[in-house]
Design a protein around this ligand. Sequence first.
Ligand SMILES: [Cu+2]
Length: 127
Amino acid sequence: MKLRALALAITIALLPQLGTSAANAHAQLTSANPKQKSVVTVLPKKVVLQFNEDLINLEPGNQLRVIDPKGKAVHNGTATVFGNQLSVALRTSKVLGKYRVSYRAISADGHPITGNYEFTLRAKPKK
Ligand SMILES: [Cu+2]
């Protein structure tokens, strides 16, 4: 009887914390195109990031930037939110090397998350 009361007390004490951790589960990047650390031979026309939950379309909270190997921005215009997707158009570029994608997205609970990754533009193999 005493043990049961103790268990109940512990459960009640832990409940608010469980609630807090659930609220802290922000949107997470689940897939990207081009993929992280991937190698492409043609720069895609846009970068599309997919998250595990819908984003809040709150400009200018959502950002998606792509920087070429020379440090020049190749994203064209501002990022677009559609459901759980964040995308941005790219200019054409033939600068070979590592491109850095960086993003800032607004989770469903209103908190921003940020991250970045690289992909590589490599020359097409000659025949
Ligand atoms: Cu939050």
